[in-house]
Write a protein that binds this ligand. Structure first.
Ligand SMILES: *[C@@H]1O[C@H](CO)[C@@H](O)[C@H](O)[C@H]1NC(C)=O
Ligand SMILES: *[C@@H]1O[C@H](CO)[C@@H](O)[C@H](O)[C@H]1NC(C)=O
Ligand SMILES: *[C@@H]1O[C@H](CO)[C@@H](O)[C@H](O)[C@H]1NC(C)=O
Length: 785
């Protein structure tokens, strides 16, 4: 077998002659090469030797490269845990050639990912209404390690102190890798591992600028410090940012250990490095991986994160990832693989109101975490709209650098449009031009969702309709005898805000672009105005010229929601060591809630209307209930293989994702893609002129509650549809017992215009009088074009 592989390999090598490695049209870029582990010809002592030889054979026929040129130098990382292979810079032509080599499963173009805070580099925080004392004070989690794949960590923060923690868990195999300003003593019994991966970043961008970035696990951005402390920060009191959100700061699993894997650098997070981090995290022995990074959605066999996450899940690691900040539009959710727990963002019941008072007496709600000297009380300041003056009305309305005329702005409050440039940077532009204050108004695309920023001057953010109202006031008053005036009323931190939670405008939404039969996001968690640890090297605004420093910062994004769920995952694993990653997710999903603190369906911040399952998935996580869910929907790697079979992935592509050879004929006979034993149910009907539509789902639940328990089903069908469940009663005699049931959905075709679709949702709930095990049912009716 080994011999024939080698022969084939040599033949492949001989066939490739006369090609050029790179031309202007075929630039060199990074590819991830996935090889079949056991295909290594025996003449190569190690896999590295094999990879180098393969690359040498590519360059041998390339004029621009010397024969046998240190091929190893072109290898960026080699991988041996999440899969076997390496990353390397190649021309597309060479990548195609390599794909035909014997033993090469796939050659996948690298993607660049980004951290998922909301647009500008400020926000986020921690401290959730749901993370009640019960969980925080338990000793749960002290044997567990959460790996945070992010921008690194600022190890000196109090959130990462190791007081009262036992020794590093004996099974831990990770390391504290030293680097610039990061001696090995930076790690302790809390931060038990730290590594950094920059070869992929530098292969594309050239050497990093070491005055701007640390060649070490140290965080020069803030995002990774923030997310790590959300997942597992210790209690810190008092904690606040510029006087806002005062109180105790603590992560979801304050006793869990942390390992930081730095993969994000100034221009993004490169797949080659992300994979290396997954590879190391699996070998190190983490129990949870938290990934607040995302980007494009591609088929799973071309998605390096999906492939790495599969291997991690297969190793029993709970992987949670941020949904993305592409909301409020549909089809925006990312990190959608069914083996990854996908987390959207909601608000908490805390707010930072900073209202605008207009000269006409009107009060308009806004938010801010500005903490400097206030505006003079009871005084109204002249108010102008940045977009109504200057040479270029459009660009200046965004308050870009150099766009404001000091003669015009001096002493005034300036209304700027939000756009996509840094909100805090606008504040500096207004301040430099002599402005007294600033109002940032959302555009139509931003809707009504507000994000509080730590501005450098008195400033607040208002929604799209408020922006229209203020612009109208300015334009009318400018022509009247009483010119436009305003002030900003900073009202500090407001608690017990209603309604809460509300689905954040920016939170990415379903349907799932890759597998519409799997509802994503899975859940939402706190992700708006979250307080968490912050590095010394970065201002709370994230702006280079802002010299303020804070121990904590308030940020927003699905990046902040994800580590809440990562920390919860660690707590659940601690309480139930035998639970699989799918069981942990099931507990979070079936106990999630969908009504807010007014008792109504959670609102969508972008419309102020009710939100839907496409926005919140199963709902908002409820930590205490998740500890005792009653029943779970479990899954193994084989179930995911069947899912891929039923999603019509080829045997080869399934092998790329799962490293398993699969015979799909059995899976296909057994049913359809909706039969993945997922805690939510999603049917997609193509109407094709049929009048009656129907489908069924088979599900298996495992009893994790009381040994003798009887569950009855309560069905809430989507409006106008018939949903039946058989049997309607499940009688368990022991813990761990599994029982099956069948859900049949019948619908009548609707009048829809070609190409359009409609989504309806309902739920099924299994109840034993003590537990309510809830699954959403989503039905999408599509009229083909
Ligand atoms: C590196 O970054 C520093 C600080 O931002 C900057 O002043 C310097 O010009 C940069 N160097 C290079 C080579 O880009
Ligand atoms: C809010 O919901 C109502 C009733 O479903 C609908 O008519 C309206 O268009 C929605 N508004 C927005 C902004 O989506
Ligand atoms: C897979 O292919 C079969 C046969 O063409 C088709 O009926 C089915 O809908 C496909 N499934 C998916 C998930 O695309």
């Amino acid at each position: 077998m080994a011999f024939s592989s080698f022969l084939f390999f040599c033949l492949s090598f001989l066939v490739f002659t006369g090609s050029v490695s790179s031309t202007a049209n075929d630039p060199i870029r990074t590819f991830i090469v996935h090889v079949q582990h056991d295909a290594k010809p025996s003449i190569f002592p190690t896999h590295e030797n094999w990879y180098e030889s393969a690359l040498r054979s590519l360059s041998a026929d390339t004029q621009s490269l010397e024969i046998g040129e240190a091929a190893a130098n072109r290898i960026i990382h080699t991988y041996s845990n999440v899969f076997h292979g390496f990353s390397v810079k190649l021309s597309t032509l060479d990548a195609q050639k390599l794909e035909d080599f014997n033993g090469v499963l796939a050659v996948i173009p690298e993607q660049v990912r980004h951290v998922q805070t909301t647009r500008s580099p400020e926000f986020l925080g921690l401290s959730s209404a749901d993370s009640a004392g019960l969980l925080k004070e338990s000793d749960y989690g002290s044997d567990l390690v959460i790996g945070v794949i992010d921008t690194g960590i600022w190890p000196e923060r109090k959130s990462f102190h190791d007081r009262d923690l036992g020794p590093v868990p004996a099974k831990w195999k990770g390391e504290c890798v030293a680097g610039r300003d990061f001696p090995v003593t930076s790690c302790n019994r809390k931060l038990i591992g730290a590594r950094y991966f920059s070869s992929g970043y530098e292969a594309t961008n050239g050497k990093m600028n070491e005055t701007k970035e640390f060649r070490s696990p140290r965080d020069s951005d803030g995002h990774g410090t923030h997310t790590a402390s959300i997942a597992a920060g210790r209690y810190v009191f008092p904690a606040s940012t510029l006087g806002y959100a005062r109180g105790v700061a603590a992560g979801m699993a304050p006793k869990a250990r942390l390992a930081a894997y730095k993969v994000c650098w100034s221009s993004g997070c490169y797949d080659a490095d992300i994979l290396a981090a997954f590879d190391a995290a699996v070998a190190d022995g983490v129990h949870v991986i938290s990934l607040s990074v995302g980007g494009v959605v591609v088929p799973y066999n071309l998605d390096a994160i999906a492939i790495a996450a599969f291997a991690a899940t297969d190793a029993g690691i709970f992987v949670s990832a941020s949904a993305g900040n592409g909301g409020p539009g549909g089809l925006t959710v990312t990190n959608v693989a069914p083996w990854v727990t996908n987390v959207g963002a909601g608000t908490i019941d805390r707010d930072f109101p900073a209202d605008v008072k207009l000269g006409n007496g009107k009060i308009i709600p806004g938010v801010s975490i500005y903490g400097g000297p206030a505006l003079t009380p009871h005084r109204l300041y002249p108010l102008i709209y940045a977009g109504s003056e200057g040479s270029d009305g459009y660009s200046s309305s965004l308050c870009l650098e150099g766009s404001l005329n000091p003669n015009y702005v001096q002493g005034k409050i300036v209304l700027c449009d939000r756009g996509v440039n840094s909100r805090a940077a606008k504040g500096l532009v207004v301040k430099k031009a002599g402005g007294m204050g600033m109002i940032i108004a959302n555009g139509v695309f931003d809707g009504e969702g507000l994000v509080a920023d730590s501005h450098v001057l008195p400033a607040t953010a208002v929604g799209a309709s408020a922006g229209d109202e203020i612009r109208k006031y300015i334009s009318v008053a400018s022509k009247s005898k009483s010119p436009p005036t305003a002030t900003i009323l900073f009202r500090g931190t407001l608690l017990n805000v209603r309604p809460a939670p509300v689905v954040a405008s920016f939170s990415a939404r379903g349907p799932n672009p890759e597998s519409p039969e799997i509802l994503k996001p899975d859940v939402i968690a706190p992700g708006v105005n979250i307080l968490a640890a912050w590095p010394d090297g970065v201002a709370p605004s994230g702006l280079p010229w802002d010299t303020r420093r804070t121990e904590f910062n308030i940020l927003s994004g699905t990046s902040m929601a994800c580590p809440h769920v990562s920390g919860l995952g660690a707590l659940l694993k601690a309480a139930h060591p035998g639970w699989s990653p799918a069981a942990i997710r099931s507990a979070l999903m079936t106990t999630a809630y969908t009504v807010d603190n007014r008792g109504q369906i959670m609102m969508d911040e972008s419309t102020r209307n009710s939100s839907t399952v496409m926005d919140f998935g199963a709902g908002h996580v409820h930590p205490q209930k998740a500890m005792d869910p009653g029943l779970i929907y479990d899954l193994t790697s084989y179930d995911y293989v069947d899912f891929l079979c039923n999603s019509n992935y080829t045997t080869k592509n399934i092998q790329v994702v799962t490293r398993k050879y699969s015979d799909c004929s059995k899976a296909k006979r057994a049913g359809h893609v909706g039969n993945l034993n997922y805690p939510s149910l999603s049917a997609v009907f193509q109407q094709y002129g049929t009048h009656k539509l129907s489908t069924h789902f088979i599900r298996t639940v495992t009893n994790v509650g009381d040994p003798n328990s009887v569950y009855h089903v309560i069905v809430k069908p989507p409006r106008g549809m018939v949903v039946t469940v058989e049997p309607e009663k499940l009688t368990f005699r022991r813990v761990g017992q599994k029982l099956n049931f069948l859900v049949r959905v019948q619908a009548e075709a609707l009048k829809l215009s070609p190409g359009s679709s409609i989504v309806k949702s309902g739920s099924i709930v299994w109840s034993d009088g003590k537990h309510e095990v809830r699954s959403p049912i989503v039905v999408t009716m599509q009229e083909p074009l």
